[in-house]
Design a protein around this ligand. Structure first.
Ligand SMILES: *Cc1c(COP(=O)(O)O)cnc(C)c1O
Length: 494
């Protein structure tokens, strides 16, 4: 914002003075105020030109100007709102006024910094074509050709035999648990380092989660802690009904080790691949190792349908049952007959159209997010305190969000960095707060990676995610890197 002291002018002043002020300040706009200092209108070169062409002389005052209430910025508007207002009125400068309508500053477009967000939707070119098709054929109702096509396209993309499109990733997890017969009193093993949506459906079924820590190699479910947990549950006569590992921030968990334990104890796996669509474990897509895999198309994910999810499995009967349960479990009868509890979980044909378009650009989005990660790592490589989320050499993470931890003892802590970035209009966030530390799950058992190390606790306390959208510009990312460098240097030098 620039100061208005040299830009205010009142009606007593002459056209000449007005033109001279414009000349001296090098600005293309002045602010006309009344005797109370309240803003009447803005004045431009063009306004002066029109007065003169209408017969005014250079020494005439400004009473010839009509009142023209200007578009103004109110006191508490943030840069993004100001930019939106400028876009709406197609102008590059706007005065800001206080509660008495007195100008307190002038905002210029090039000085504004839009918020750099963590992860926002990034549409391709074909989404609208599929959505339009749905409109043109009036397939607005749930189900329809886009849903069928989206299911088979996702199944083919990830290399799973079958898929059911549903209203959210959470719904997909819920259906998977239901299909495995998880019910009241059962135990389900779940990653602790995750978003609450992984574990909530366990509660929907009246079951109890048993939380497992992460391991250093992947920051995901520790196979060591997993085996310990199963042995402990079995010894108490409560063999877990399912294992729910999460592929956080796009990086796969160690699926060989987890599947080996799953087979050894004969407990099915549901992979929460909500964040890892497009990511590979040893060349194979995450979400295709367990009995079930789930994906999310929520607005912040790597591709989105604005809201949606997918349940995948090689078992056709289970997927068909999922479709049945997600459409109110209606029995095959000429009237509405029901013998089981069902849900309204199906994805709509309109949203599936968005998904089909998004799937076409998924590989580009993965590459873009991986590039974002590499630019951060490169741009900040001088800072030894940074520990980037690992990626085992056989895997390809989709790098949904760039996750980094700051080793303690370097004089910088994550909460103050997140706050300082936010003050610069940059959105960074804490890594997920582990489930075993959530009040919601206060009574649940937790198995750390080892006696010495609870990695999920460490990562929560020292880690953050940086803006990682695939549509973030290189210059926006440079802004983040520059701000972070400043903050980390401050820490380094006290
Ligand atoms: C987003 C997310 C979910 C839930 O997906 P929704 O589509 O938002 O219901 C589940 N698990 C993880 C790890 C997620 O990040």
């Amino acid at each position: 914002m620039i100061s208005v002291t040299n830009l205010v002018i009142n009606r007593d002043q002459s056209i000449r003075q007005c033109l001279e002020t414009l000349d001296q300040t090098g600005m293309s706009i002045l602010l006309l105020i009344d005797e109370n200092g309240s803003l009447l209108r803005t004045i431009t070169d063009g306004d002066m030109r029109r007065l003169i062409l209408a017969g005014a002389s250079l020494d005439d005052d400004l009473f010839g100007l009509s009142d023209k209430a200007p578009v103004c910025i109110s006191l508490n508007m943030v840069d993004d709102e100001v930019l939106a207002l400028m876009d709406m009125h197609e102008i590059n400068q706007l005065p800001q006024v206080n509660e008495n309508n007195q100008p307190i500053g002038l905002h210029l477009r090039h000085m504004l910094r839009p918020r750099v967000q963590l992860s926002i939707p990034h549409m391709g070119e074909q989404e609208l074509i599929y959505v339009k098709e749905a409109f043109d054929t009036n397939w607005i109702a749930p189900l329809g050709p886009n849903v069928d096509a989206f299911e088979s396209e996702v199944a083919e993309y990830v290399g799973s035999k079958h898929a059911a499109a549903v209203s959210s990733g959470t719904a997909a997890i819920h259906l998977a648990l239901r299909l495995l017969g998880v019910g009241p009193g059962d135990s389900v093993i779940c990653s602790s380092f995750t978003f609450v949506a992984s574990a909530n459906p366990i509660l929907y079924q009246g079951a109890t989660p048993v939380f497992i820590d992460s391991e250093p190699a992947t920051w995901n479910m520790s196979p060591v802690a997993l085996e310990k947990a199963i042995i402990s549950c079995v010894s108490k006569g409560r063999k877990p009904k399912a294992i729910l590992p999460v592929h956080l921030y796009g990086q796969s968990a160690d699926m060989d080790a987890i599947m080996e334990i799953s087979e050894k104890f004969d407990i099915p796996v549901i992979e929460d691949a909500a964040e890892s669509l497009g990511g590979l474990y040893k060349g194979r897509h995450t979400g295709t190792f367990g009995k079930f895999g789930i994906f999310s198309f929520n607005g912040n994910k790597i591709i989105t349908t604005s809201g949606g999810g997918m349940l995948v499995s090689d078992d056709v009967e289970l997927i068909e049952k999922a479709r049945f349960l997600s459409t109110q479990a209606r029995d095959p009868a000429p009237y509405y007959e029901h013998t089981e509890v069902g849900y309204n979980y199906r994805m709509s044909n309109v949203l599936a159209g968005i998904g089909r378009g998004q799937l076409k650009v998924l590989d580009d989005r993965v590459q873009a997010r991986r590039d974002v990660f590499e630019r951060y790592r490169n741009g900040l490589k001088e800072f030894e305190c940074l520990e980037w989320m690992p990626e085992p050499s056989d895997d390809i993470s989709n790098r949904w969000l760039t996750a980094v931890s700051i080793k303690p003892g370097y004089g910088v802590d994550v909460p103050s960095i997140i706050k300082a970035l936010s003050d610069e209009n940059i959105e960074a966030r804490h890594l997920w707060k582990p489930m075993h530390r959530q009040p919601l799950f206060s009574g649940c058992v937790y198995f750390p990676h080892s006696v010495e190390l609870s990695l999920s606790d460490y990562l929560f306390e020292t880690g953050m995610c940086l803006p990682s959208g695939s549509n973030m510009s290189v210059s926006q990312q440079q802004r983040v890197i520059d701000e972070l460098s400043k903050l980390l240097n401050k820490g380094r030098h006290g």
